[in-house]
Ligand binder design. Structure first.
Ligand code: NAP
Length: 297
């Protein structure tokens, strides 16, 4: 049974996961580029490492959730990166959203050191991470997965095994394609409702119960009506993911025409300065274009 874990990347997602691992009784070592984010966990008994290589010393499982390819490049492959410290028999789990090709590159590099690797991205956001209610997918060696699964079950409400490495990363991109189009649909719908002078709170009451309802539409719709764009999933990360989805779909000659429309609006909203806000801020591009503000107050 796994008892010791290294966790690298204490961003929006990582912080919730580390809190839950500490609550579950695991012995934790943490590392984050901006060291101050380690302090609350040091107070709860976690060891704070000086570098990624130092972080993976003497633990059974190494888990990380990092922004993008560049972060993986530096934290995993860089000097003093995970690969320079990890030892045969340890297990590595990447919970970031990356291209399946990146997962395969990681897997290959770890295999050379006798380390089993899982791509294990998640659905859910800041709240689900804090509440251990994420929806987790994992891909890699099935026998080793059985060892890792009890740890992941402390982080999420579901854990799906997807088969060979790269498959969980691919599933994440499939899901985020749907998420991006849901946010585009919600934004277009709410702007149209505003222009039609419908009562927006009643609109959301209908969205909440109708046969096209989804938790994502409800939470984002309600926050848009409150003009609350505090980030759970930053718009700039959504733009990064859209780029990954397009690259992935292109490599398989799979069409994504609607995604290009959503991408244009996300790019416009980022260009307007809303990249650090929640992904729902994509509506601000449509609001600028139409001269309306969707407001339920
Ligand atoms: P975040 O809050 O922006 O945190 C990103 C983390 O990556 C931070 O720890 C950051 O360190 C680190 N980082 C970034 N660039 C780095 C670099 N060059 N070198 C070392 N560390 C670096 O992001 P998040 O929302 O937690 O997301 C993490 C991953 O999960 C992303 O791949 C995202 O797409 C995915 N994801 C997010 C959500 C969500 O709702 N937020 C949902 C599902 C999946 P600093 O603290 O020093 O900046």
């Amino acid at each position: 049974m796994i008892k010791t874990i290294s966790y690298l990347g204490l961003g929006t997602m990582g912080r919730g996961m580390v809190s839950n691992l500490l609550k579950a009784g695991y012995k934790l070592t943490v590392w984050n580029r901006s060291a101050e984010k380690c302090e609350p966990f040091a107070r709860k008994g976690a060891r704070v490492a000086k570098s990624p290589a130092d972080a993976v010393r003497d633990t059974e499982l190494v888990v990380y959730s990092l922004s993008n390819d560049q972060a993986i490049e530096e934290v995993v492959f860089g000097t003093k990166g995970i690969l320079s410290g990890i030892k045969e028999g340890q297990i590595a789990v990447d919970m970031s959203t990356v291209l399946p090709a990146m997962s395969l590159r990681e897997q290959e590099a770890y295999a050379k050191r006798g380390v089993d690797f899982f791509d294990a991205p998640v659905f859910g956001s800041k709240q689900e991470s804090a509440d251990a209610k994420l929806w987790i997918m994992a891909a890699g060696n099935k026998a080793i997965f059985e060892k890792v699964k009890p740890v992941l079950e402390h982080l999420g409400q579901t854990v799906h095994y997807l088969g060979k490495n790269g498959n969980a990363a691919a599933m994440k991109l499939v899901g985020n394609l749907i998420v991006a189009l849901e946010l585009e649909a919600l934004s277009e719908g709410l702007v149209l409702a505003q222009k039609a002078r419908l009562d927006l709170n009643t609109v959301m009451e209908v969205v909440k119960v109708a046969d096209f309802r989804s938790p994502l539409l409800v939470s984002n719709g309600q926050n848009i009506l409150k003009r609350d764009f505090s980030p759970s999933f930053a718009l700039k990360l959504m733009l990064k993911d859209v780029g990954l989805i397009e690259k992935f779909a292109k490599s398989l000659h799979s069409p994504t025409p609607a995604l290009r429309v959503a991408e244009k609006n996300i790019e416009s909203a980022v260009a307007l300065g809303f990249g650090q806000e929640n992904a729902s801020a994509l509506i601000k591009a449509l609001e600028k274009e139409t001269g309306v503000e969707v407001n339920g107050r």
